[in-house]
Design a protein around this ligand. Structure first.
Ligand code: JD8
Length: 225
């Protein structure tokens, strides 16, 4: 899987060299590149924004640098999922993360300012082999798309075969098919600051343990708004 994030702050993606995703890159399971949008400007000031047509506060990102940057990133031999992060987008969830594991190439368009000129998404919707997705990671406002792209990249890459050390752990995860969340976990010491591990977990009775965990997961699912 080829992953690319286009942004005026490509250094935001340095953490991807760490941990899981860093190892996935070393193991050749994914390739990741952060592309600087300003490399696709041609004026001395590397201008990427301008005032909004129709007036209003703030600045809008110009379409030309995005067109050149995405064209340069598109690998014509492969289909591509172009993800445009926006607070107005479709809400990201675990099912979408699972669907994106089948992509050969994903480009994350990480805007800033008031957002990206809407014609960029419109143009690539008309391009064969490019699937455009306008996505939000949640009902709160961020200053740009970078951290949202980081969230999506981790949620997608960790599902790829060979990335997680013990893929079994994927089976019991929160927000799985049934939308259930996980049961609470405990480890040694059996007593900590006067707090005990639930007796049933020390019982060795796997039937009882499984029932307790199911009940706890259901109880927590109720409380998750
Ligand atoms: C992309 C620019 C900032 C947003 C004026 C603040 C996602 N869940 C999410 N919340 N916010 C974003 C997001 C915010 C972005 C951009 C995504 C590009 N901004 C803008 C509109 C109001 N500023 C997001 N995914």
């Amino acid at each position: 899987m080829k992953l690319t994030a286009i942004s005026i702050f490509p250094e935001y993606f340095a953490p991807l060299d760490l941990s899981l995703i860093g190892k996935a890159q070393k193991d050749g399971l994914v390739t990741f590149a952060a592309v600087n949008l300003r490399d696709f400007t041609h004026d001395n000031h590397h201008t990427v924004d301008d005032t909004p047509y129709g007036g209003g506060a703030g600045m809008v990102m110009k379409p030309e640098p995005w067109g050149e940057a995405i064209d340069a990133t598109l690998d014509s031999s492969e289909d591509c999922d172009l993800i445009v992060l926006t607070p107005a987008g479709k809400r990201f969830n675990q099912r979408m993360a699972e669907r994106f594991t089948h992509s050969r190439q994903i480009i994350f368009a990480c805007g800033r300012y008031e957002g990206i000129d809407a014609r960029v998404a419109e143009f690539y919707r008309s391009q064969p082999g490019v699937r455009v997705h306008e996505i939000s990671i949640g009902d709160y406002v961020l200053n740009g798309g970078e951290v949202a792209a980081l969230v999506m990249i981790e949620a997608i890459v960790r599902l790829l075969p060979g990335v997680l050390g013990n893929p079994e752990s994927l089976l019991e995860e929160s927000h799985n098919e049934s939308g259930e969340v996980e049961y609470p976990s405990f480890t040694k010491p059996a007593q900590w600051r006067g707090l005990n591990v639930p007796e049933v977990l020390l019982s060795g009775n796997h039937g009882e343990i499984a029932r307790w965990r199911r009940e706890e997961a259901e109880r927590r699912s109720q409380s998750v708004d």
